[in-house]
Design a binder for this molecule. Structure first.
Ligand code: IFM
Length: 447
């Protein structure tokens, strides 16, 4: 090894993250399956009909590459619409196929983290109102129980719900995703029900598998005031932070669903309902007070002038935000997994540096005592990016949409080197982020 700079703990989980609908292809009838078929819904006219062909067996090619990269962890989801295609009916073949997938992972020495709800609802459930409907909480509890009964011998690390706040915002407030509603009250209702779904699934999983480690993946963003000296900008930034981050962060700790999720109702099943905290981190927003924007709660979000970007329309690349959020999560006293971090970067020109700067932020957090146990880079392979289709590529492995051929990108080679070494070397820092040298060396000398 070259001169070593930053060595991570020996039991650190080096992983990548995926989600069923984004990679599998041949989807079963679901709300997304119905929605993406309507012309004009997906930006580039693609759909998830083929995706990365995992359902047809090509997951093996990606698992082989993940293993060769030295990854020891993979976050993937099971698609509820496959396992329970009709209310109360379990599909034995689909269950068997996921079992094969999970066994194939284990055989490669890769530990699965399984997500139970990642944005996609079976069509029968969506037709009943999906998460708008409180009874979905109980349907979800039943589904979680079934999944753990089926795979408890292969999996003990579970993620109940992915990004409840993003799902609420995109599907029910901004109207970008199915069912394309724009109703702030509905958005909070859907988030509330997902938090309850998490709580009941948490209890159900532990009933079936007492040793399970269960959490949820929280998408947190940094909100900074555009003018730090402006009281109004500071107030607007705090409000955005509360309404996006705050409302989902505290309920699994103290069990209280605060306004606007509910009027401070305490739900016993929610109290202390996570064994780890999952953090999905992407970017930050600069917030300015704007009296003309009551519908946005007087907070206009924009980007820091002069900031680093990947692609037009996507947020700022801000690695310090990952460090800041990890420090913020430290107070909860739970193990932390970075369940996603990643960047849309179609020519892979930014991703290598992105990896080094973000993993350095994780390293600094660990050196400061934050119990980060692992990271899952989004994503293993280029995949179906929801309403963006395939126009935004997030993978370490490139995917040729015509042939399905996989190619490891430079970022994939770099991540592989880091995973295999369990460290970021001095050469990597000098090459990709020389400005960090001083800061990191101060950290590693003082730690
Ligand atoms: O692709 C998504 C993923 O499904 C959830 N978190 C953010 C990713 C990138 O946008």
């Amino acid at each position: 090894m070259g001169r070593e700079a930053l060595r991570f703990p020996s039991d650190f989980r080096w992983g990548t993250a995926t989600a069923a609908h984004q990679v599998e292809g041949e989807p079963a009838p679901s709300d997304w399956w119905a929605w993406e078929r309507v012309p004009g819904h997906v930006k580039d006219g693609t759909d998830a009909g083929r995706a990365c062909e995992w359902w047809a067996g090509r997951y093996r090619e990606d698992f082989d590459l993940a293993q060769a990269m030295g990854q020891n962890a993979l976050r993937l989801s099971v698609d509820w619409s496959r396992i329970e295609p009709r209310e109360g009916e379990w599909d034995g073949q689909a269950i068997a196929r996921y079992r094969q997938m999970l066994s194939d992972l284990r055989e490669r020495g890769i530990e699965p983290m399984v997500t139970l709800f990642h944005f996609v609802s079976p069509l029968w459930l969506a037709e009943k109102g999906g998460w708008e409907n409180e009874s979905t909480v109980r349907y979800f509890e039943r589904f979680a129980t079934k999944v753990v009964e089926e795979y408890g011998d292969l999996v003990d690390l579970w993620c109940t719900v992915n990004e409840p706040n993003v799902y609420g915002a995109y599907s029910y407030l901004l109207g970008n995703w199915p069912p394309q509603k724009r109703d702030i009250r509905l958005a909070f209702r859907v988030i509330r029900h997902q938090m309850l779904g998490h709580a009941f699934a948490y209890r159900a999983i532990h009933r079936v598998q007492p040793t399970a480690r269960v959490g949820l993946a929280q998408h947190l963003r940094v909100f900074d005031p555009m003018q730090p000296h402006s009281m109004l900008d500071r107030w607007a930034a705090r409000l955005q932070d509360y309404l996006f981050n705050g409302i989902v962060l505290d309920p699994p700790v103290d069990g209280v669903l605060r306004f606007p999720l509910s009027g401070n109702a305490k739900v016993p099943a929610l109290v202390d309902s996570q064994d780890y905290i999952g953090l999905n981190y992407y970017s930050r927003d600069m917030v300015s007070f704007d009296i003309t924007k009551p519908q946005l709660l007087f907070g206009r979000r924009s980007v820091m002038p002069g900031a680093e970007f990947s692609m037009e329309g996507w947020g700022e690349i801000y690695p310090e935000g990952l460090y800041r959020l990890l420090k913020r999560l430290q107070r909860y006293g739970k193990p932390i997994y970075v369940t996603e971090f990643g960047v849309p970067d179609n020519d892979d020109s930014k991703r290598p540096r992105f990896l080094i700067t973000h993993l350095s932020a994780v390293y600094r957090a660990i050196a400061d005592g934050v119990p980060v146990k692992g990271v899952y880079f989004w994503s293993l392979v280029d995949n179906f990016e929801w309403a963006e289709g395939f126009s935004a590529r997030f993978g370490l492995i490139g995917l040729d949409l015509e042939t399905g051929k996989r190619t490891l990108k430079s970022s994939g080679q770099l991540y592989g080197e880091i995973c295999r070494k369990g460290a970021i070397t001095m050469e990597m820092i000098e090459r990709y982020a020389p400005e960090l040298k001083e800061q990191l060396f101060e950290t590693s000398h003082s730690s």
